[in-house]
Structures are given as structure tokens and as C-alpha cells.
Ligand binder design. Structure first.
Ligand code: HEC
Length: 230
């Protein structure tokens, strides 16, 4: 009698262990612990440098999905909070992806009047989820000797700033979505002052980690060379 109970218990335990081993999504599974590779592969999408900045500047701002507002109970400020809406390996079945590709403006995120994410941003999020939605980062691919507008400044602004600084959401009335407007804040000192966290300027990107020294140097060199549309 006692033996039979032990066998039943052993079966239950074995089933639970198997069930847990097969669990691949969720912030606590081993696949999702932070991972770092010294070199950045162009085939991979990285959460820390590519995905989180897009979400920070398009979703996690005040009034939307930051910790204070939590619109609809949804907070998107960290890997673990974001993963509640992601099915690792399956973008099509991830709520985070479904709402950004939604064509009905009433259901789309970010909602109107904000612009939808760009096709490039959507493709990045899709690829990151399908690659396993890892909490991954890599050594910097930033090269301080590259400091053209198209090769360095604009891609950085598009990823880390434009979500809060576009025509439809001009944080502090500043729009960073066109060259002419970026040039204005480059010339009046606000662009460098804010990203270098100089006294007298609001530190940017707001509510996110400071840009890397390399990114700040790129902007500084671009401005010093005349803020050209190059
Ligand atoms: C989460 C939203 C958000 C993000 C992301 C963000 N900003 Fe801002 N930014 C704001 C808001 C809001 C203001 C108005 C001032 C304030 O509230 O601090 C502002 C102000 C500024 C100003 C004016 C600063 C001053 O002192 O007059 C500049 C320049 C600026 N941002 C540049 C940037 C750049 C460059 C990035 C990306 C590296 C960026 N911002 C990312 C929301 C954001």
C-alpha cells in the first residue's frame, strides 16, 4: 500500500519536472537569463541595444506604459515586464507583435495620433521574438570614427529618440524626425547638452540609460564637422 503511494507520488513529481523542463517562455526560464557576447553578429537582434530602446521611446513613456501610468495595466519598462506579452520563438502569437502590426487604428499600438512603428522597427521586433526573445546584449558595434548623419546620427535618433520626438509626439516641443529639425537642436546646443547630461539641459534619452561614450562622440563629431546632411 505504502509502496504504491510512493510510486504514484514519484509519477506526479516526474510529470512536474518534465512539464517544467519543457517550459520555454517566461522570464524565469534559463533561456531568458541575461546573455552577453563580445562581438555583435549582424544576424542577431539584441534586446538591450535594439529592442528596449524602441519600446522605451514608443511605449514606456509617461501617460502610456511606464511604471507610474501602466495604461490598461500594461507596463513595458524591462525585459521581465515586456516578456508577459511575448511568446518566445513565435512572433505571430505574441501580443506585443500583434498590436504593432494591427491595421485597425482603433487597436493599433502606439495608438493614433502617434505614428505606427516603422517597418524596420517592426521587422526587428519580429526577428528578435522568432530568434527566441532572449535577454541578450553584445559588445559595442559602435565606431566613433563613423559620424555621418545617415550612418550614425539618424539611426541612433530613430531607435532611441524619435518615438518621443516626432511630429505626432513632440516631447518638449522638439521633433527629431527630419534632418532640418535635428540641425536646429544641434546648432543651439540642446542636442549635445541633453545627451551628454550637461548642466542646464534635460538629460536624454528620458527615463533610459545614458547613450554610450561612443554614441555621444559620434554626435559631437558630427556637430563639430558642421551638422551636415551626409
Ligand atoms: C520617453 C520619451 C523621451 C525619449 C525616449 C527621449 N526624449 Fe527628449 N524629451 C522628452 C521630453 C518629455 C522632453 C521635455 C523636457 C522634459 O520633460 O525633460 C524632452 C526634451 C528634449 C530636449 C530639450 C532639452 C532641453 O534641455 O531643452 C532635447 C534636445 C531632447 N529631448 C533630445 C532627445 C534625444 C537626442 C533623445 C534620444 C537620445 C531623446 N530626447 C529621447 C522625452 C523623451
Amino acid at each position: 500500500m505504502l509502496n504504491r503511494n510512493y510510486i504514484a507520488l514519484a509519477l506526479v513529481v516526474a510529470t512536474l519536472i518534465l512539464a517544467c523542463t519543457h517550459e520555454t517562455t517566461g522570464p524565469n526560464s534559463p533561456a531568458n537569463t541575461p546573455s552577453f557576447s563580445t562581438t555583435c553578429s549582424s544576424d542577431s537582434v539584441y534586446f538591450v541595444s535594439e529592442i528596449l530602446p524602441i519600446i522605451n521611446s514608443n511605449c514606456a513613456m509617461s501617460g502610456c506604459h511606464d511604471a507610474a501610468t501602466r495604461a490598461d495595466g500594461v507596463q513595458l519598462t524591462s525585459y521581465s515586464t515586456i516578456m508577459k506579452y511575448v511568446r518566445a520563438g513565435n512572433a505571430a502569437r505574441s501580443e506585443l507583435y500583434e498590436v504593432i502590426i494591427e491595421t485597425d487604428p482603433g487597436d493599433r499600438m502606439p495608438p493614433p495620433p502617434r505614428s505606427p512603428l516603422t517597418a524596420t522597427q517592426i521587422a526587428k521586433i519580429q526577428k528578435w521574438i522568432n530568434q527566441g526573445a532572449k535577454n541578450n546584449s553584445c559588445g559595442s558595434s559602435c565606431d566613433a570614427n563613423v559620424f555621418t548623419y545617415s550612418g550614425a546620427v539618424k539611426p541612433m535618433l530613430d531607435t532611441k529618440c524619435v518615438g518621443c520626438h516626432s511630429a505626432t509626439s513632440p516631447g518638449g516641443t522638439i521633433n527629431l524626425s527630419t534632418y532640418a529639425l535635428v540641425r536646429t537642436v544641434a546648432l543651439n546646443g540642446k542636442l549635445y547638452g541633453s545627451i551628454a547630461h550637461q548642466a542646464g539641459y534635460s538629460p536624454m534619452p528620458k527615463n533610459s540609460a545614458k547613450l554610450s561614450d561612443c554614441e555621444i562622440t559620434q554626435v559631437q563629431r558630427w556637430i563639430a564637422a558642421g551638422s551636415l546632411n551626409n
